[in-house]
Design a protein around this ligand. Structure first.
Ligand SMILES: Cc1cc2nc3c(=O)[nH]c(=O)nc-3n(C[C@H](O)[C@H](O)[C@H](O)COP(=O)(O)O)c2cc1C
Length: 357
């Protein structure tokens, strides 16, 4: 039914339902029962958190921290809210979200539409049951020269209520944002946000992760990994959406009709995996790697874990498969762990060469 609506109207309707559900304990209970208990062998400790499984929801769906309780009840062990910016902003003009069903892909140029850090703070400050990561980005009106102060402002507001924080420097839809991935720009940004997080949440060790683009040259992936190790960042999320349109099955006119934006979903699978492998080769198990990009099944999640991911996230597949997706991925992943004869999912991380996949 949602596919009869435009992509953004379907998104708004879906989010409205999730928002309402989040406020109704009875409905949350029903959703939790429907999504079922997570298998104990999927439990995992990462980033100082006890997670019911490695499966989380990627940033961009719950931009304003309005529906994380319902999303948690659907079976995501953690929900990444945002991207939140220091200033509230409307995002780009519509239409800005498109489906390519033949490719099981989406193209978006949302442009960080969100109500700003202050509004998210009010929602996150309440008690909650779902683990929430907070993804922050640069406000559109702020130039890159002032980016550190902009990110710091969001970090100061939100870190006290975050289970982890993410510096997003990889969205293609905020002009020149991805230039912040260059190490000379990234270094002061990480240092500034790290200091802010420690300042506002001194008694909690709030983990800090970086989210990177799939379109980086190998040398840039290596440079970011080196910097993350040097500055003791806790983890890297790989990857955001791609600007590439390679390998799509949709017609050229359908693709061109979407215009500019980041491509996500099945066509991103290979490139995201390649970035993950490169990162793992560089950082080993010293950083937590979070895999995202084209994950649709338990098998996809399993392959990322074997390649070195501790955690995995999905977004586009949820749009195509619907709310039973987390339940299915968890079940399939648990089957993989069992068939490999492992006691738990943690034992599979980075074991590609030692286990028959
Ligand atoms: C409509 C849409 C909005 C998104 N917004 C954000 C965002 O605000 N911040 C961010 O870090 N990633 C955002 N993403 C990227 C996703 O978090 C994810 O990295 C990407 O879609 C690849 O995963 P997938 O193939 O499972 O969708 C967005 C993706 C989509 C489709």
């Amino acid at each position: 039914m949602l596919f009869a609506l435009s992509a953004e109207n379907a998104h708004r309707l879906g989010m409205a339902c999730l928002r309402v559900a989040s406020a109704l304990p009875l409905v949350l209970g029903v959703l939790r029962r429907w999504s079922g208990a997570t298998e104990p062998l999927l439990r995992i400790r990462a980033l100082g958190l006890d997670l019911s499984s490695p499966l989380g929801l990627a940033a961009g769906l719950d931009k304003d921290a309005e529906a994380f309780e319902a999303l948690g009840a659907l079976g995501f062990a953690f929900v990444e809210i945002g991207t939140v910016t220091a200033l509230a902003q409307p995002g780009n003009a519509r239409p800005r979200l498109f489906r390519l069903p033949i490719d099981r892909a989406l193209i978006n140029r949302m442009g960080f539409n969100n109500h700003g850090a202050q509004a998210a703070h009010a929602r996150l400050a309440k008690p909650r049951t779902t683990l929430v990561g907070v993804n922050i980005g640069r406000s559109k009106l702020t130039p890159n020269e002032a980016a550190v102060a902009d990110y710091v402002q969001s970090a100061e507001r939100l870190a006290p209520h975050a289970d982890y924080m993410v510096i997003n420097v990889s969205s293609p839809n905020t002009p020149s944002l991805r230039d912040l991935q260059a190490v000379e720009q990234l270094r002061p940004l990480i240092v500034g946000v790290q200091a802010a997080v420690r300042r506002v949440a001194p008694s909690r060790n709030v983990p800090l992760l970086l989210k990177v683009a799939p379109d980086l040259a190998d040398a840039d992936v290596d440079a970011i990994a080196d910097l993350a190790l040097e500055l003791k960042v806790d983890g890297i999320i790989a990857t955001n959406t791609t600007l590439s349109r390679d390998g799509l099955l949709s017609s050229a006119s359908d693709i061109e009709g979407c215009g500019a934006g980041g491509l996500s979903g099945a066509p991103l699978k290979e490139r995201s995996m390649a970035v993950l492998r490169r990162l793992r080769a560089k950082v080993g198990d010293k950083l937590v790697l979070v895999a995202v990009g084209g994950i649709e099944t338990g098998e996809d999640a399993w392959q990322r874990i074997l390649a070195g991911a501790t955690l995995v996230q999905v977004y586009s597949a949820l749009i195509y498969a619907g709310p039973s997706l987390p339940r299915r991925i968890r079940r399939e992943l648990a089957d993989r762990v069992r068939s490999a004869g492992l006691p738990n999912v943690s034992a599979a991380i980075g074991e590609r060469d030692n286990l028959r996949a």
